[in-house]
Design a protein around this ligand. Structure first.
Ligand code: PLP
Length: 381
């Protein structure tokens, strides 16, 4: 059996010793705890975690240990997960479209905060949820750029409809709040400014003093070597603009980051199955596995290649087409990826910043997707 460990020093040590044939995601608890502390120390309000981005139990345990006291859930499964792992935490049920049985399930479990973006869904909430002490946040959208893809395409009322919904929420006796999501991997802090100013306009038009403003997720994680997220700058902007826009009616702030909380806490190691005729690189992981997001929001360039002995490949960087393991031709990483020219079959391609929308979107398509998970002290390869 050889060396048996539960916590590894870093991904390199694991790869050298185990030589895994399946893809492995390495989780560093210290990194997720540091992300949580960064939000708790810097964000001017309540920090909650968007469970969908990575519902791995170790992630939730570490966030809870670091002091995260609220969770954004979208399903009964996620509600139960949080009730079990963080029993005293607040649950915000912020999926704005729910079946009636889902609403009743949440009510039975004591959920006191819901979001909504339409008259039809608000009518269901008013019918099924006791108003006393319960918050309903109206989710609105704006046509603003800055994020990796447009979240407003699915959810969010127009500002005009939000005015109408907010009035109805207040009249029905619920605690009235507003919420938005500027779009995931949003690297432009000014997106938050536009949304916060519009939120103040909506509250003013509705004649409602809102209790809380939830400024969403969308905070970026570190995907490109040249673009290091400046979260503190965004936190300061959110604080300042909220004060300026709302004046005496300043609401409490809430954020619900997913990606920025878990993204940098995981590193992926995928193995080179083949360099087909010296040209195309085939990995044992791809867009049906933990790399599902890359065609949607672009590649990560925080990549290193290790030999099976754990030596870093240091050849000249050359553009390569990378395919995943399935027989589907969609299973290809977007564009070309710069990789060292001494890369060889059996090497490991190690990608940093892989914690969000990876573990959870991995599928077993074509019989692949047997993803390993290992805990490491450090992500440094
Ligand atoms: C997905 C989601 C989030 C998290 O988004 P990130 O871009 O991962 O931060 C937050 N709030 C809601 C309502 C979501 O659906």
């Amino acid at each position: 059996m050889g060396l048996s460990k539960t916590i590894w020093t870093n991904p390199t040590e694991f790869l050298r010793v185990e030589q895994p044939v399946n893809p492995v995601l390495f989780f560093a608890p210290t990194v997720v705890q540091a992300s949580a502390r960064r939000f708790i120390d810097g964000f001017p309000g309540l920090v909650t975690y968007a469970v969908k981005s990575n519902p791995t139990e170790e992630v939730i345990d570490n966030l809870a240990a670091a002091g995260v006291r609220g969770y954004d859930c979208a399903s009964g499964f996620e509600i139960d997960l949080i009730r079990r792992l963080a029993p005293d935490a607040a649950i915000h049920y912020n999926n704005p479209v729910r079946a009636r049985h889902e609403i009743l399930y949440a009510v039975e479990r004591g959920v006191k905060s819901y979001s909504v973006d339409s008259n039809s869904e608000l009518a269901k909430l008013i019918e099924l949820v006791p108003a006393e002490g319960t918050e309903i946040s109206v989710r609105f959208k704006l046509p603003v750029a800055g994020a990796a893809y447009n979240f407003g395409a699915k959810f969010g009322a127009t500002a005009e409809l939000a005015v109408e919904l907010l009035k109805t929420v207040a009249e029905a006796g619920f605690i009235p709040s507003l919420t938005f999501h500027p779009g995931t991997q949003c690297t432009d802090p000014h997106a938050w400014q536009s949304y916060i100013e519009k939120a103040a306009w909506i509250a003013e038009e509705a004649g409602v003093v809102i209790a809380r403003l939830n400024v969403g997720g969308g905070f970026p994680n570190h995907r490109l070597n040249g673009v290091v997220p400046q979260l503190e700058e965004t936190f300061r902007l959110i604080d300042r603009v909220t004060g300026e826009a709302f004046g005496d009616n300043r609401p409490l702030l809430v954020c619900e980051p997913g990606r920025a909380m878990c993204g940098d806490a995981f590193t992926l190691a995928a193995r080179v199955k083949s360099v087909r005729d010296g040209e195309h690189v085939f990995l044992n992981d791809g867009v049906y596995g933990s790399l599902a997001e890359l065609p949607l929001i672009g590649v990560i360039d925080r990549i290193e290649v290790l030999s099976p002995e754990g030596e870093k490949r240091s050849g000249e960087l050359t553009p390569r087409i990378i395919f995943g393991p399935t027989c589907d031709s969609v299973d290809r990483l977007p564009g070309e990826v710069m990789l060292p020219d001494d890369l060889a079959e059996g090497d490991y391609v190690v990608v940093q910043g892989m914690g969000a929308y990876s573990v959870v979107t991995n599928s077993r398509f074509n019989g692949f997707g047997e993803l390993g998970l290992a805990t490491v002290l450090s992500q440094r390869v």
